[in-house]
Design a protein around this ligand. Structure first.
Ligand code: F6P
Length: 522
């Protein structure tokens, strides 16, 4: 059985949404709350520590019911069941998609259990200091060498959960930029540093090159035999990791049914385990598991990922808004947007549908943003008074972690005030000059969470994973492949050969040749 392959624009719901959109153009969103007292209470979902308010959106009861009908007509329910049951829904790579199995505490696969146990034991040894480096000293620094999904998730989570971290310092080498590698190595002591080489394929040019540079740097101070105390690998390609010189017992396996951008729950999360300890890592998995159950079992009208997916489709495909922003009001979440960018845009940036046909409607949204309140002093001007419609997710927490209530109240006052100002604008206030007028009706979702802890972070990440999957199903695309990154890799191989040989005869593009000439003359 394969995923449903329904062109969403052929559904009854889509046609009705089109007509409804035209009707709604005249909808007075101004004063909508005072005209409809129940609105704020109807357009919300309370779930565990989460409170989603989606009332500040350009939607009515009819919009919602048509969007829900759309989800039914494209068989979203069936698609969700297929994903969770391990059907090979990543058809173009012929793989199952089972990152949810990594956190399925009811029915955990033996290989998942075994890997978690290995991660637990290893991270404990590193944390308590019983694992010694080559000169007999305990490890103080952990460096994750990996890129894309082998970097963004672990970095985002270790930053987000810094409050829960131990004495170990974590670092990330991702970019092939040699200056960055040199800067990172400058601050490290080979005697007390553990390197985790993370690459599902173990063929990624950046990671393998950087890992070799790091190994050479290490060997200036140590000998080959010491490698096993300082280098471990995370990979689905055990042979590749062994060839690199990492011993089998130092390889943490991952399965081909875990996609790179969904892999932080797997052994890719080893740097997270080292940084916050296994029990916190496990709490994060549990939070994700709870969100999985919510997504799988809750009716769509109260299902947070589904509601957010549908609202996003409403703006993307009917209002034709091209991007959406995410503003998390917590400095801890400053790496959330880059993480979401890979998860969402690598998944849903597709122009061919599941039937292999060229798509005639808009798919993947552009995701961008930064943390509040900083963002208010940067791009918020454009949200308030720009000409583009940019729906924004506001994410905030009721409790601060360090108990600084005064700052937190100011932070959160801004959080609540911004969504209100974006929605209300200045329509019922007297404004002397047009430059000071705000048209309002700028849509936002507010995700208010009790506290930033491992469990709630796990639920939040899983929420966005499921949102993007639901959108991919509705758009009739395959969200779990990423062929779009391959062409650039192939071209770069030829470019590198040309640079190394100082010979551009194989390069057809004149602009590139000019640039290379300039580059090599220096
Ligand atoms: O090039 C894109 C990509 O394949 C991502 O999907 C992936 O997260 C990243 O490269 C790293 O891949 P790997 O873990 O195999 O090194």
């Amino acid at each position: 059985m394969s995923l449903p392959k329904i062109n969403p624009t052929n559904t009854e719901a889509w046609k009705a949404l089109d007509a409804h959109f035209k009707d709604l153009k005249g909808l007075q969103t101004k004063d909508i709350f005072s005209k409809d007292f129940g609105r704020a209470n109807r357009y919300k979902v309370e779930w565990k520590d989460f409170y989603l308010d989606y009332s500040k959106n350009r939607i009515t009861d009819k919009t919602l019911s048509l969007l829900l009908q759309l989800a039914e007509e494209v068989n979203l329910k069936e698609a969700i069941q297929q994903q969770f049951s391990g059907k090979r829904i990543n058809e173009t790579e012929d793989r199952a998609v089972l990152h949810t199995a990594l956190r399925d505490f009811e029915n955990m696969k033996p290989e998942v259990k075994a890997t978690l146990q290995k991660m637990k034991l290893f991270s404990e040894e590193i944390i308590i200091g019983s694992h010694k480096g080559f000169s007999g000293k305990a490890i103080t620094d952990v460096v994750n060498i990996g890129i894309g999904g082998s970097h963004l998730g672990p970095e985002m989570v270790t930053q987000a959960l810094q409050f829960y971290r131990n004495h170990l310092k974590t670092h990330f080498i991702a970019n092939i930029d040699g200056d960055d590698v040199a800067e990172k190595l400058n601050n490290l002591n080979p005697e007390t540093t553990l390197f985790i080489v993370v690459s599902k394929s173990f063929t990624t040019q950046e990671t393998i090159t950087n890992a070799s540079v790091v190994k050479d740097w290490f060997l200036k101070n140590a000998s080959e035999i010491d490698i096993e105390k300082h280098f471990v690998a995370v990979s689905a390609n055990v042979e590749g990791a062994k060839e690199f010189g990492i011993s089998e017992e130092n390889i943490f396996p991952m399965q081909d049914w875990v996609g790179g951008r969904f892999s932080l729950w797997s052994s890719v999360g080893l740097s997270i385990c080292c940084s916050i300890g296994f029990s916190n890592f496990e709490a994060m998995l549990k939070g994700a598991f709870e969100m999985d159950n919510h997504f799988k079992n809750e009716e769509f009208g109260k299902n947070i990922p589904v509601i957010l997916a549908l609202i996003s489709i409403w703006y993307n495909n009917f209002y034709k808004s091209e991007s959406e922003a995410v503003a998390a009001y917590s400095q801890y979440l400053h790496k959330l947007v880059p993480y979401l960018q890979q998860a969402i845009m690598e998944s849903n940036g597709k122009n061919v549908d599941r039937n292999g046909e060229k798509i005639g409607y808009q798919t993947g949204t552009i995701v961008w943003g930064n943390v509040g309140s900083n963002s208010q002093h940067a791009y918020f001007q454009l949200l308030h008074q720009g000409t583009k419609l940019i729906p924004t997710d506001f994410i905030g927490f009721s409790e601060p972690l360090h108990g600084n209530t005064e700052n937190h109240n100011i932070l959160m006052a801004n959080f609540f005030a911004q969504t209100e100002a974006l929605w209300e604008g200045t329509h019922n206030k007297t404004v002397e000059i047009s430059f000071k007028s705000f048209e309002g009706s700028k849509p936002t979702n507010t995700i208010l969470i009790k506290k930033l802890n491992p469990k709630n972070l796990g639920s939040l990440i899983a929420l966005y994973e499921h949102k993007l999957f639901a959108q991919g199903i509705i758009w009739n695309i395959f969200s779990y492949d990423q062929w779009g990154v391959e062409l650039g890799k192939t071209v770069a191989k030829g470019t590198l050969t040309a640079i190394e040989n100082r010979n551009f005869s194989e390069i057809e593009n004149r602009s590139t040749v000019n640039l290379l000439e300039k580059f090599l003359k220096k």
